[in-house]
Design a protein around this ligand. Structure first.
Ligand SMILES: Cc1cc2nc3c(=O)[nH]c(=O)nc-3n(C[C@H](O)[C@H](O)[C@H](O)COP(=O)(O)OP(=O)(O)OC[C@H]3O[C@@H](n4cnc5c(N)ncnc54)[C@H](O)[C@@H]3O)c2cc1C
Length: 418
Protein backbone atom coordinates (compact mmCIF):
# COMPACT_ATOMS: atom_id res chain seq x y z
CA UNK A 1 0.00 0.00 0.00
CA UNK A 2 1.34 3.43 -0.94
CA UNK A 3 1.56 6.04 1.81
CA UNK A 4 -0.76 8.89 0.79
CA UNK A 5 0.66 12.40 1.23
CA UNK A 6 -1.60 15.34 0.42
CA UNK A 7 -0.13 18.83 0.19
CA UNK A 8 -2.68 21.66 0.39
CA UNK A 9 -1.65 24.87 -1.36
CA UNK A 10 1.00 25.29 -4.06
CA UNK A 11 2.51 28.60 -3.04
CA UNK A 12 6.13 29.17 -2.02
CA UNK A 13 5.74 26.65 0.83
CA UNK A 14 3.40 23.95 -0.55
CA UNK A 15 4.93 23.66 -4.01
CA UNK A 16 8.42 23.36 -2.54
CA UNK A 17 7.27 20.76 -0.01
CA UNK A 18 5.58 18.61 -2.69
CA UNK A 19 8.57 18.73 -5.03
CA UNK A 20 11.04 17.96 -2.26
CA UNK A 21 8.99 15.02 -0.99
CA UNK A 22 8.92 13.63 -4.51
CA UNK A 23 12.71 13.87 -4.68
CA UNK A 24 13.20 12.29 -1.29
CA UNK A 25 10.80 9.33 -1.47
CA UNK A 26 10.53 6.37 -3.76
CA UNK A 27 7.65 6.61 -6.22
CA UNK A 28 6.42 3.10 -5.59
CA UNK A 29 6.04 3.78 -1.88
CA UNK A 30 4.19 7.11 -1.80
CA UNK A 31 1.38 8.85 -3.65
CA UNK A 32 1.86 12.63 -3.46
CA UNK A 33 -1.12 14.82 -4.35
CA UNK A 34 -0.80 18.60 -4.55
CA UNK A 35 -4.10 20.47 -4.28
CA UNK A 36 -4.27 24.09 -5.39
CA UNK A 37 -7.12 26.40 -6.29
CA UNK A 38 -5.37 27.65 -9.43
CA UNK A 39 -3.52 25.81 -12.19
CA UNK A 40 -0.44 28.02 -12.12
CA UNK A 41 2.07 29.31 -9.59
CA UNK A 42 1.34 32.84 -8.37
CA UNK A 43 4.42 34.92 -7.57
CA UNK A 44 2.78 36.68 -4.66
CA UNK A 45 5.86 38.79 -3.97
CA UNK A 46 5.29 40.53 -7.29
CA UNK A 47 1.59 41.33 -6.98
CA UNK A 48 2.26 45.07 -6.58
CA UNK A 49 3.84 44.85 -10.04
CA UNK A 50 0.70 43.13 -11.37
CA UNK A 51 -1.40 45.93 -9.85
CA UNK A 52 0.35 48.55 -11.97
CA UNK A 53 -0.07 46.55 -15.18
CA UNK A 54 3.17 44.57 -15.46
CA UNK A 55 2.83 41.09 -16.94
CA UNK A 56 4.39 38.18 -15.07
CA UNK A 57 5.78 35.08 -16.71
CA UNK A 58 3.15 32.29 -16.61
CA UNK A 59 4.28 29.31 -14.52
CA UNK A 60 1.86 26.40 -15.10
CA UNK A 61 2.15 23.61 -12.53
CA UNK A 62 1.79 20.99 -15.28
CA UNK A 63 5.22 22.14 -16.53
CA UNK A 64 6.77 22.67 -13.11
CA UNK A 65 5.84 19.19 -11.89
CA UNK A 66 6.17 17.29 -15.17
CA UNK A 67 7.94 13.98 -14.57
CA UNK A 68 8.14 14.39 -10.79
CA UNK A 69 5.38 11.92 -9.94
CA UNK A 70 3.44 14.60 -8.04
CA UNK A 71 -0.25 14.45 -8.96
CA UNK A 72 -1.74 17.92 -9.29
CA UNK A 73 -5.37 18.45 -8.38
CA UNK A 74 -6.78 21.86 -9.26
CA UNK A 75 -9.51 22.23 -6.68
CA UNK A 76 -10.59 24.45 -3.81
CA UNK A 77 -10.17 23.03 -0.33
CA UNK A 78 -13.33 23.60 1.68
CA UNK A 79 -12.71 21.50 4.79
CA UNK A 80 -10.18 19.32 6.56
CA UNK A 81 -11.09 16.60 9.05
CA UNK A 82 -7.91 15.75 10.94
CA UNK A 83 -9.60 13.05 13.00
CA UNK A 84 -10.95 11.13 10.00
CA UNK A 85 -7.85 12.17 7.99
CA UNK A 86 -9.79 13.53 5.04
CA UNK A 87 -9.83 16.71 2.96
CA UNK A 88 -12.94 17.96 1.17
CA UNK A 89 -12.36 19.79 -2.10
CA UNK A 90 -14.53 21.33 -4.77
CA UNK A 91 -13.26 20.77 -8.28
CA UNK A 92 -14.62 21.56 -11.73
CA UNK A 93 -16.74 18.58 -12.76
CA UNK A 94 -15.09 16.14 -15.21
CA UNK A 95 -16.88 14.70 -18.22
CA UNK A 96 -18.53 16.04 -21.34
CA UNK A 97 -21.03 18.88 -21.27
CA UNK A 98 -24.52 17.49 -20.83
CA UNK A 99 -23.26 14.32 -19.13
CA UNK A 100 -25.24 13.15 -16.12
CA UNK A 101 -24.06 14.95 -12.99
CA UNK A 102 -22.40 12.75 -10.35
CA UNK A 103 -24.23 12.39 -7.04
CA UNK A 104 -21.97 14.86 -5.24
CA UNK A 105 -21.99 17.58 -7.85
CA UNK A 106 -23.49 21.02 -7.66
CA UNK A 107 -23.79 24.07 -9.88
CA UNK A 108 -21.55 27.04 -8.99
CA UNK A 109 -21.78 30.21 -11.07
CA UNK A 110 -23.22 28.34 -14.04
CA UNK A 111 -20.48 25.66 -14.00
CA UNK A 112 -20.78 22.19 -12.57
CA UNK A 113 -18.51 21.43 -9.64
CA UNK A 114 -17.81 18.17 -7.88
CA UNK A 115 -17.35 17.82 -4.15
CA UNK A 116 -14.69 15.19 -3.53
CA UNK A 117 -13.31 13.73 -0.33
CA UNK A 118 -9.62 12.78 -0.35
CA UNK A 119 -8.05 10.54 2.30
CA UNK A 120 -4.48 11.00 3.51
CA UNK A 121 -1.92 9.33 5.73
CA UNK A 122 0.19 12.50 6.02
CA UNK A 123 -1.07 16.04 5.37
CA UNK A 124 1.00 19.14 4.60
CA UNK A 125 -1.13 22.24 5.11
CA UNK A 126 0.22 25.29 3.24
CA UNK A 127 -2.81 27.34 2.21
CA UNK A 128 -1.03 30.64 2.82
CA UNK A 129 -2.91 33.77 3.71
CA UNK A 130 -5.15 36.52 2.41
CA UNK A 131 -5.60 40.21 3.18
CA UNK A 132 -6.60 41.36 6.64
CA UNK A 133 -9.03 44.29 6.91
CA UNK A 134 -8.65 44.14 10.69
CA UNK A 135 -12.33 44.92 11.07
CA UNK A 136 -11.88 48.59 10.17
CA UNK A 137 -15.31 49.87 9.11
CA UNK A 138 -15.63 50.33 5.36
CA UNK A 139 -12.37 48.53 4.49
CA UNK A 140 -14.07 45.33 3.26
CA UNK A 141 -16.46 47.34 1.05
CA UNK A 142 -14.19 50.07 -0.29
CA UNK A 143 -10.52 49.12 0.00
CA UNK A 144 -8.45 47.24 -2.57
CA UNK A 145 -5.69 44.80 -1.68
CA UNK A 146 -2.79 42.96 -3.31
CA UNK A 147 -2.62 39.88 -1.08
CA UNK A 148 -3.85 37.62 -3.89
CA UNK A 149 -3.90 37.67 -7.68
CA UNK A 150 -7.63 38.41 -7.98
CA UNK A 151 -7.25 41.46 -5.71
CA UNK A 152 -4.20 42.72 -7.61
CA UNK A 153 -6.04 42.40 -10.94
CA UNK A 154 -9.05 44.31 -9.57
CA UNK A 155 -6.73 47.08 -8.41
CA UNK A 156 -5.02 47.10 -11.81
CA UNK A 157 -8.37 47.72 -13.50
CA UNK A 158 -9.30 50.43 -11.02
CA UNK A 159 -5.95 52.25 -11.34
CA UNK A 160 -6.20 52.12 -15.12
CA UNK A 161 -9.50 53.99 -14.92
CA UNK A 162 -8.13 56.81 -12.72
CA UNK A 163 -7.56 60.17 -14.34
CA UNK A 164 -4.62 62.53 -13.77
CA UNK A 165 -4.55 64.09 -10.30
CA UNK A 166 -6.84 61.53 -8.67
CA UNK A 167 -5.78 60.22 -5.28
CA UNK A 168 -4.49 56.81 -4.23
CA UNK A 169 -3.70 56.11 -0.58
CA UNK A 170 -1.80 53.01 0.50
CA UNK A 171 -2.63 52.12 4.10
CA UNK A 172 0.15 50.33 5.99
CA UNK A 173 3.79 51.36 6.30
CA UNK A 174 5.25 47.83 6.39
CA UNK A 175 7.16 46.04 3.66
CA UNK A 176 4.14 45.41 1.39
CA UNK A 177 2.88 48.98 1.79
CA UNK A 178 6.29 50.47 0.89
CA UNK A 179 6.59 48.26 -2.18
CA UNK A 180 3.03 49.06 -3.28
CA UNK A 181 3.18 52.83 -2.81
CA UNK A 182 6.51 53.26 -4.58
CA UNK A 183 5.47 50.98 -7.45
CA UNK A 184 2.23 52.93 -7.99
CA UNK A 185 3.93 56.33 -7.72
CA UNK A 186 6.65 55.31 -10.18
CA UNK A 187 4.23 53.78 -12.70
CA UNK A 188 1.65 56.59 -12.44
CA UNK A 189 3.42 59.90 -11.82
CA UNK A 190 0.19 61.66 -12.90
CA UNK A 191 -1.66 60.46 -9.77
CA UNK A 192 -1.61 61.95 -6.30
CA UNK A 193 -0.12 59.08 -4.26
CA UNK A 194 0.05 58.92 -0.46
CA UNK A 195 1.04 56.50 2.29
CA UNK A 196 -0.75 56.28 5.64
CA UNK A 197 1.52 54.69 8.27
CA UNK A 198 0.62 54.08 11.88
CA UNK A 199 4.17 54.89 13.01
CA UNK A 200 7.00 56.92 11.45
CA UNK A 201 8.15 56.10 7.93
CA UNK A 202 10.36 52.98 8.05
CA UNK A 203 10.80 53.30 11.81
CA UNK A 204 12.22 49.75 12.16
CA UNK A 205 14.99 50.35 9.59
CA UNK A 206 18.59 51.44 10.19
CA UNK A 207 19.35 55.19 9.92
CA UNK A 208 20.85 54.55 6.46
CA UNK A 209 17.74 52.63 5.39
CA UNK A 210 15.37 55.32 6.71
CA UNK A 211 17.32 58.13 5.00
CA UNK A 212 17.23 56.33 1.70
CA UNK A 213 13.53 55.57 1.97
CA UNK A 214 12.77 59.23 2.74
CA UNK A 215 14.77 60.32 -0.34
CA UNK A 216 12.89 57.87 -2.58
CA UNK A 217 9.41 58.87 -1.41
CA UNK A 218 10.36 62.55 -1.87
CA UNK A 219 11.70 61.85 -5.37
CA UNK A 220 8.51 60.01 -6.31
CA UNK A 221 6.32 62.80 -4.87
CA UNK A 222 4.61 60.52 -2.33
CA UNK A 223 2.80 62.28 0.54
CA UNK A 224 3.45 60.47 3.82
CA UNK A 225 0.93 60.60 6.68
CA UNK A 226 2.83 59.39 9.74
CA UNK A 227 1.17 58.40 13.01
CA UNK A 228 -2.01 57.89 10.98
CA UNK A 229 -4.13 55.02 12.28
CA UNK A 230 -7.00 54.62 9.80
CA UNK A 231 -10.35 54.10 11.56
CA UNK A 232 -12.81 54.26 8.64
CA UNK A 233 -12.72 53.82 4.87
CA UNK A 234 -15.29 55.42 2.57
CA UNK A 235 -15.58 55.36 -1.20
CA UNK A 236 -13.63 58.62 -1.57
CA UNK A 237 -11.80 59.17 1.74
CA UNK A 238 -10.21 57.78 4.90
CA UNK A 239 -10.69 58.89 8.46
CA UNK A 240 -7.80 58.70 10.93
CA UNK A 241 -7.87 58.22 14.72
CA UNK A 242 -7.19 61.91 15.34
CA UNK A 243 -10.33 62.80 13.31
CA UNK A 244 -8.37 63.75 10.18
CA UNK A 245 -9.76 63.09 6.71
CA UNK A 246 -7.59 62.03 3.77
CA UNK A 247 -9.04 62.05 0.22
CA UNK A 248 -8.70 58.64 -1.47
CA UNK A 249 -10.34 57.81 -4.78
CA UNK A 250 -8.61 54.44 -4.29
CA UNK A 251 -7.54 52.93 -0.98
CA UNK A 252 -5.02 50.08 -1.02
CA UNK A 253 -5.02 48.07 2.22
CA UNK A 254 -1.69 46.46 3.22
CA UNK A 255 -1.83 46.20 7.01
CA UNK A 256 -0.91 42.54 7.29
CA UNK A 257 -2.21 39.12 6.30
CA UNK A 258 -4.90 36.83 7.74
CA UNK A 259 -4.89 33.04 7.39
CA UNK A 260 -7.80 31.13 5.86
CA UNK A 261 -10.40 29.90 8.40
CA UNK A 262 -10.08 26.20 7.39
CA UNK A 263 -7.53 25.17 10.04
CA UNK A 264 -9.44 26.95 12.80
CA UNK A 265 -12.52 24.84 11.97
CA UNK A 266 -10.60 21.62 12.77
CA UNK A 267 -9.46 20.11 16.07
CA UNK A 268 -5.86 21.15 15.29
CA UNK A 269 -4.14 23.37 17.83
CA UNK A 270 -4.08 26.84 16.28
CA UNK A 271 -3.10 30.30 17.48
CA UNK A 272 -5.62 33.07 18.10
CA UNK A 273 -4.99 34.18 14.50
CA UNK A 274 -5.74 30.66 13.19
CA UNK A 275 -2.19 29.55 12.31
CA UNK A 276 -1.38 25.88 12.96
CA UNK A 277 1.02 25.53 15.89
CA UNK A 278 3.99 23.39 14.82
CA UNK A 279 7.19 22.12 16.41
CA UNK A 280 10.71 22.57 15.01
CA UNK A 281 10.07 19.94 12.33
CA UNK A 282 6.86 21.76 11.19
CA UNK A 283 4.72 18.96 12.64
CA UNK A 284 1.44 19.91 14.31
CA UNK A 285 1.83 19.81 18.08
CA UNK A 286 -1.66 18.28 18.37
CA UNK A 287 -1.86 15.93 15.35
CA UNK A 288 1.37 14.11 14.36
CA UNK A 289 0.08 13.24 10.88
CA UNK A 290 -0.27 16.91 10.01
CA UNK A 291 2.53 19.28 9.03
CA UNK A 292 2.16 22.98 8.21
CA UNK A 293 4.46 25.48 6.50
CA UNK A 294 4.47 29.04 5.26
CA UNK A 295 2.00 31.71 6.33
CA UNK A 296 -0.46 29.09 7.61
CA UNK A 297 1.93 27.83 10.30
CA UNK A 298 3.13 29.30 13.56
CA UNK A 299 6.72 28.19 14.08
CA UNK A 300 9.20 29.66 16.50
CA UNK A 301 12.31 31.26 15.06
CA UNK A 302 15.55 32.53 16.59
CA UNK A 303 15.19 34.28 19.96
CA UNK A 304 12.04 32.19 20.56
CA UNK A 305 10.06 34.67 18.46
CA UNK A 306 7.30 33.50 16.07
CA UNK A 307 8.40 33.64 12.44
CA UNK A 308 6.58 36.34 10.50
CA UNK A 309 4.58 35.58 7.36
CA UNK A 310 7.06 35.85 4.49
CA UNK A 311 8.43 33.69 1.73
CA UNK A 312 11.94 34.22 3.12
CA UNK A 313 11.08 31.70 5.85
CA UNK A 314 8.18 29.91 4.08
CA UNK A 315 10.59 28.08 1.75
CA UNK A 316 12.92 26.83 4.53
CA UNK A 317 9.85 25.80 6.57
CA UNK A 318 8.76 23.66 3.61
CA UNK A 319 12.23 22.11 3.29
CA UNK A 320 12.10 21.26 6.99
CA UNK A 321 8.60 19.75 6.76
CA UNK A 322 9.45 17.65 3.69
CA UNK A 323 12.77 16.44 5.10
CA UNK A 324 11.18 15.53 8.44
CA UNK A 325 8.33 13.61 6.76
CA UNK A 326 10.77 11.76 4.51
CA UNK A 327 13.07 10.94 7.44
CA UNK A 328 10.22 9.66 9.59
CA UNK A 329 8.82 7.53 6.79
CA UNK A 330 12.18 6.04 5.88
CA UNK A 331 13.55 5.69 9.40
CA UNK A 332 16.32 8.18 8.66
CA UNK A 333 17.87 10.98 10.65
CA UNK A 334 15.79 14.18 10.78
CA UNK A 335 17.90 17.03 9.37
CA UNK A 336 17.62 20.50 10.85
CA UNK A 337 17.07 23.33 8.37
CA UNK A 338 18.13 26.70 9.83
CA UNK A 339 15.16 29.07 10.12
CA UNK A 340 16.57 32.55 10.41
CA UNK A 341 16.52 35.93 8.71
CA UNK A 342 19.36 37.52 6.76
CA UNK A 343 17.85 40.65 5.24
CA UNK A 344 14.64 42.41 4.32
CA UNK A 345 14.54 43.01 0.58
CA UNK A 346 12.30 45.92 -0.38
CA UNK A 347 11.65 47.02 -3.95
CA UNK A 348 11.09 50.77 -4.29
CA UNK A 349 9.76 50.79 -7.84
CA UNK A 350 11.69 49.05 -10.63
CA UNK A 351 14.83 51.17 -10.45
CA UNK A 352 15.41 51.51 -6.73
CA UNK A 353 15.47 49.30 -3.68
CA UNK A 354 16.57 48.80 -0.12
CA UNK A 355 18.21 45.70 1.32
CA UNK A 356 18.16 46.05 5.08
CA UNK A 357 20.47 43.55 6.73
CA UNK A 358 19.07 42.05 9.92
CA UNK A 359 20.00 39.80 12.83
CA UNK A 360 18.91 36.15 12.86
CA UNK A 361 15.74 37.26 14.68
CA UNK A 362 14.96 40.03 12.16
CA UNK A 363 16.24 43.20 13.88
CA UNK A 364 17.86 45.80 11.63
CA UNK A 365 21.62 46.23 11.82
CA UNK A 366 23.54 49.32 10.65
CA UNK A 367 24.35 48.19 7.13
CA UNK A 368 21.96 48.45 4.23
CA UNK A 369 22.29 48.28 0.46
CA UNK A 370 20.41 50.98 -1.44
CA UNK A 371 19.63 52.25 -4.93
CA UNK A 372 19.86 50.46 -8.26
CA UNK A 373 22.12 47.72 -6.92
CA UNK A 374 19.51 46.94 -4.27
CA UNK A 375 16.80 46.85 -6.95
CA UNK A 376 18.87 44.31 -8.91
CA UNK A 377 19.47 42.26 -5.76
CA UNK A 378 15.73 42.23 -4.97
CA UNK A 379 14.93 41.20 -8.55
CA UNK A 380 17.36 38.28 -8.24
CA UNK A 381 15.77 37.27 -4.93
CA UNK A 382 12.28 37.21 -6.53
CA UNK A 383 13.57 35.24 -9.53
CA UNK A 384 15.42 32.86 -7.21
CA UNK A 385 12.33 32.28 -5.05
CA UNK A 386 10.22 31.32 -8.09
CA UNK A 387 13.05 29.26 -9.58
CA UNK A 388 13.58 27.34 -6.33
CA UNK A 389 9.93 26.23 -6.37
CA UNK A 390 10.81 24.11 -9.40
CA UNK A 391 14.15 23.05 -7.85
CA UNK A 392 13.14 21.79 -4.43
CA UNK A 393 16.36 19.94 -3.56
CA UNK A 394 18.51 22.96 -4.29
CA UNK A 395 22.07 22.31 -3.15
CA UNK A 396 21.28 18.80 -1.96
CA UNK A 397 21.87 15.48 -3.64
CA UNK A 398 18.69 13.75 -4.79
CA UNK A 399 18.37 10.48 -2.93
CA UNK A 400 15.12 8.57 -3.04
CA UNK A 401 14.73 6.34 0.02
CA UNK A 402 12.36 3.44 0.49
CA UNK A 403 9.84 3.88 3.28
CA UNK A 404 10.19 1.68 6.34
CA UNK A 405 7.05 -0.18 5.27
CA UNK A 406 8.71 -1.05 1.95
CA UNK A 407 12.10 -2.00 3.40
CA UNK A 408 12.79 -5.73 3.26
CA UNK A 409 14.17 -6.00 6.78
CA UNK A 410 11.82 -6.11 9.75
CA UNK A 411 12.24 -3.47 12.44
CA UNK A 412 12.00 0.28 12.42
CA UNK A 413 15.26 2.20 12.92
CA UNK A 414 15.26 4.59 15.86
CA UNK A 415 14.38 8.19 15.03
CA UNK A 416 17.18 10.67 15.61
CA UNK A 417 17.59 14.38 15.12
CA UNK A 418 20.67 15.95 13.53
C1 LIG B 1 2.55 42.17 -2.65
C2 LIG B 1 3.33 41.23 -1.75
C3 LIG B 1 4.70 41.36 -1.67
C4 LIG B 1 5.42 40.50 -0.85
N1 LIG B 1 6.78 40.62 -0.79
C5 LIG B 1 7.49 39.76 -0.05
C6 LIG B 1 8.92 39.84 -0.03
O1 LIG B 1 9.52 40.70 -0.67
N2 LIG B 1 9.59 38.94 0.72
C7 LIG B 1 8.96 37.96 1.45
O2 LIG B 1 9.64 37.17 2.11
N3 LIG B 1 7.61 37.87 1.46
C8 LIG B 1 6.86 38.73 0.73
N4 LIG B 1 5.50 38.64 0.70
C9 LIG B 1 4.86 37.59 1.52
C10 LIG B 1 4.87 36.26 0.78
O3 LIG B 1 4.30 36.40 -0.49
C11 LIG B 1 4.09 35.21 1.57
O4 LIG B 1 4.60 35.14 2.88
C12 LIG B 1 4.22 33.86 0.88
O5 LIG B 1 3.53 33.89 -0.35
C13 LIG B 1 3.68 32.74 1.77
O6 LIG B 1 3.84 31.52 1.08
P1 LIG B 1 2.77 30.36 1.32
O7 LIG B 1 3.20 29.24 0.43
O8 LIG B 1 2.57 30.13 2.75
O9 LIG B 1 1.38 30.97 0.78
P2 LIG B 1 0.97 31.44 -0.68
O10 LIG B 1 2.12 31.85 -1.48
O11 LIG B 1 -0.14 32.40 -0.45
O12 LIG B 1 0.37 30.11 -1.33
C14 LIG B 1 -0.84 29.54 -0.89
C15 LIG B 1 -1.42 28.72 -2.02
O13 LIG B 1 -2.60 28.08 -1.55
C16 LIG B 1 -3.65 28.26 -2.50
N5 LIG B 1 -4.91 28.25 -1.77
C17 LIG B 1 -5.34 29.13 -0.84
N6 LIG B 1 -6.54 28.77 -0.38
C18 LIG B 1 -6.89 27.64 -1.05
C19 LIG B 1 -8.00 26.77 -0.99
N7 LIG B 1 -9.03 26.96 -0.16
N8 LIG B 1 -8.01 25.70 -1.80
C20 LIG B 1 -6.97 25.44 -2.64
N9 LIG B 1 -5.88 26.23 -2.72
C21 LIG B 1 -5.84 27.31 -1.94
C22 LIG B 1 -3.35 29.58 -3.18
O14 LIG B 1 -3.95 29.60 -4.46
C23 LIG B 1 -1.83 29.55 -3.24
O15 LIG B 1 -1.36 28.92 -4.40
C24 LIG B 1 4.76 39.50 -0.09
C25 LIG B 1 3.36 39.36 -0.20
C26 LIG B 1 2.65 40.22 -1.00
C27 LIG B 1 1.16 40.05 -1.10
Amino acid sequence: MQHRIIVLGAGYAGAVAAGRLAKRLHREDVAITLVNAEPDFVERVRLHQVAVGQELRPRPFTEMFAGTGVELKVARVTAVDVDRKTVTVTAPAQGPVGAAAPAASKATGGERAEVVELAYDTLVYALGSDWNDQGVPGAAEHAHHIAGRAGALRLRDRLARLGAGESVVVVGGGLTGLEAVTEIAEARPDLSVALAARGDLGDWLSPKGRDHLRKVVDRLGITVHEGAAVTRVEADRLTTADGGSVPAAVTVWTTGFAVHPIARATTLEVTEAGQIVVDGTMRSVSHPDVYAAGDAAMAMGPGDKPLRMCCATGGPMAWQAADAIAARLTGGKIPTVPLRYFNQCISLGRKDGLIQYVTADDRSVRSALTGRLAATYKELVCKGAAWSVGKPTLGLPTRRHRTVAAQPRAGVPAETTA
